[in-house]
Design a protein around this ligand. Structure first.
Ligand code: ZN
Length: 234
């Protein structure tokens, strides 16, 4: 097996899992990592039925996965619910992979602004008694929370997978660069912006943007894509 294809990364499927399934049949990776935004009308394992026994399947959530209780449940209560990489480091095909799902949300934390809430408990505690909520709404669940982000920063990893983009992209966040540098990662793979590109941060961390329905390998090579054009950013 080609060393680069032992892990494949899938950009936002938005309901179309065919490119990922085709790539798994073709390249037989040890594992695949899905970068969020699934638009699930059925549980994740049902969409991936063809490959569920052929490879390890890991994922992070995107913003669309919190859009409705159905989409949320089809991911977070699926048979693959324990394969969520968010806020931890997981050994996958011999590499340490850190995950950061969700998005930066103005009402929670939108770097470089200061966080509005330090964490979920801080937010919940400060809701008025009349509307006291003991559980977060889906919108708030989709947010990246500052305190959890800071804890992730203290861990070490080889690869960071995120839904949001780092500062290498014009719509990215420097906070993710700082996370990657602190964790000592060499490569970042992200979805969300539906664009295939290769970039660099801090002169030595490679960034691979993975487009909607695209599949890339560990070397950032695009194996499946709606649009073969790849942009190179400095
Ligand atoms: Zn998307």
């Amino acid at each position: 097996m080609n060393q680069h294809s032992r892990i494949l990364f899938a950009g936002d499927p938005h309901g179309n899992f065919k490119p990922l399934i085709a790539a798994v049949h073709k390249y037989q990776p040890e594992a695949v990592i899905l970068l969020g935004d699934y638009d699930l009308e059925m549980p994740l394992e049902s969409c991936l039925q063809e490959i569920v026994n052929l490879t390890e399947i890991w994922w992070i959530a995107g913003n669309y996965d919190f859009e409705s209780p159905e989409k949320y449940n089809n991911l977070f209560h699926s048979a693959l619910s324990d394969k969520d990489l968010h806020l931890k480091v997981t050994k996958i095909a011999g590499l340490r992979v850190a995950g950061l799902g969700g998005i930066f949300l103005g009402r929670v934390w939108y770097p470089p602004q200061q966080p509005k809430w330090l964490g979920k408990q801080h937010y919940l505690y400060n809701q008025s008694v009349n509307i006291k909520r003991f559980d977060l709404s889906l919108k708030y669940k989709s947010a990246i929370w500052h305190d959890e982000f800071e804890i992730l920063k203290t861990l070490k990893a080889d690869i960071l997978v995120t839904h949001e983009a780092p500062g290498s992209h014009r719509y990215g966040f420097k906070a993710i660069d700082e996370l990657a540098i602190a964790m000592g990662v060499k490569n970042i793979f992200h979805g969300h912006l539906h664009e295939n590109y290769i970039g660099t941060i801090n002169k030595k961390i490679n960034v691979f943007g993975v487009a909607k329905n695209a599949v890339v390998d560990l070397g950032g090579n695009t194996l499946e894509s709606d649009n073969q054009a790849i942009q190179y950013l400095v």
